[in-house]
Ligand binder design. Structure first.
Ligand SMILES: [Zn+2]
Length: 372
């Protein structure tokens, strides 16, 4: 299995290349778009000879490495084909547009030795060197780099590694609005998510204020709302990244895979229909946490499995009896009378469904967590 990670690195990109590449893309777009046939079903007729002729034409005053022209042509063919697909569905504008000044750098255009990327700008005379080892957050144990994407201010680097996921044991995570309850190495652990909750709350207050403004200045309020949403997401993502990085490290130490709740189920449908803000936030947190953790574990060669969480906080983990509320977050089994915290019940059931427990380990855990 291949694990992939992407990183953004600030670079001073060669402005001349960025500008010339953009011009070449615009020329290529004019030519390639003229090969779009507007018969009943719109399609592209652009054969090898025509492609070669375009390439030769574009290379005439091109002083940079030739592969850039190939990547520009490829990206424009992709752009036009994407536009055709949309057009045939009746959802495209009048003409495809190049929206960003990005350069796709094929693997033939760079080498990577001892963590230093050497990107060819002009053949045999001009290079851009980027020392990846300067960026501590980029892993050093990758096998290969994928294609690079360069913008005016940054380089997006993709690193790859082949992994064979395996685990000696399993951990489980149950994510709520203000906390995460986990079982790691047979023990219950709690992670505080109140910081995340406060981020969401603070922005909700801002949004409400904006909505009052929307009648007076609809454009301004729309723009500000967008900005707030983006900031909220970024701050929340940042927090989840830091949290999952720590969790992933902990799990690697005990070589533990992870059991998570499968979201496509009844509970999810209930949440979708809900207008309740807390429930929406809770769902967002769960998705973001799961996605981020899985991404990090994949790189470490640790497997992730999903189990159906149906009734997981209402079923007794000891006797499968049903649990009834016993005040606040506390639940009591109607059959065997064990009293446990609702979050502990949920995560315990996930663990049992995903991996099981030995009777002894289960008894020990219940003894520690039992509410007296
Ligand atoms: Zn019970």
């Amino acid at each position: 299995m291949e694990a992939v990670k992407s990183y953004r690195i600030p670079v001073e990109a060669p402005k001349d290349l960025i500008e010339e590449y953009f011009k070449v893309k615009q020329k290529a777009l004019d030519v390639i778009f003229s090969h779009v046939k507007f018969s009943r079903r719109v399609h592209l007729e652009f054969n090898k000879e025509e492609r070669k002729a375009l390439r030769d034409e574009l290379l005439k005053d091109w002083r940079f490495s030739k592969h850039y022209v190939d990547s520009a042509v490829n990206s424009i063919i992709g752009l036009v084909k994407g536009w055709i697909t949309l057009h045939n569905k009746g959802r495209a504008g009048s003409k495809p547009e190049i929206t960003r000044k990005t350069v796709y750098i094929k693997s033939t255009l760079f080498s990577c030795r001892s963590g230093v990327l050497k990107i060819s700008i002009e053949p045999n005379k001009r290079y851009l060197e980027v020392d990846l080892t300067k960026y501590g957050w980029i892993p050093k144990d990758f096998d290969a780099t994928g294609g690079l994407i360069m913008t005016e201010r940054e380089l997006i680097v993709t690193v790859k590694k082949s992994v064979e996921p395996k685990a000696d044991k399993w951990a489980s995570f149950d994510v709520n609005l203000t906390n995460i309850t986990a079982i790691i190495d047979g023990k219950v652990k709690h992670y505080d998510l109140r910081g995340l909750y406060h981020i969401h709350r603070a922005y909700e207050v801002k949004r409400q204020r904006m909505q009052k403004l929307s009648k007076l200045k609809p454009e301004t309020s729309k723009r500000l709302l967008k900005k707030y949403s983006r900031r909220e997401r970024n701050r929340a993502k940042d927090l989840i990244h830091k949290l999952t990085a720590n969790i992933a490290r902990e799990l690697k130490e005990v070589q533990s895979g992870v059991i998570l709740e499968e979201l496509r189920n009844i509970k999810d449908r209930v949440l979708n229909g809900s207008k309740n803000m807390n429930r929406k936030l809770s769902k967002w947190n769960v998705r973001m946490f799961q996605f981020t953790l899985e991404y990090k574990l994949k790189w470490l060669g640790l497997p992730v499995k999903y189990v159906n969480p149906r009734n997981s906080s209402k079923t007794c983990p000891l006797c499968s009896g049903s649990m009834a509320s016993y005040g606040g977050r506390i639940m009591k089994c109607e059959k065997c009378n064990v009293i446990l915290d609702r979050d502990v019940i949920a995560v315990l059931n996930l663990q049992m469904r995903g991996a099981g427990f030995t009777q002894r380990a289960l008894n020990e855990l219940i003894e520690r967590e039992r509410v007296k």
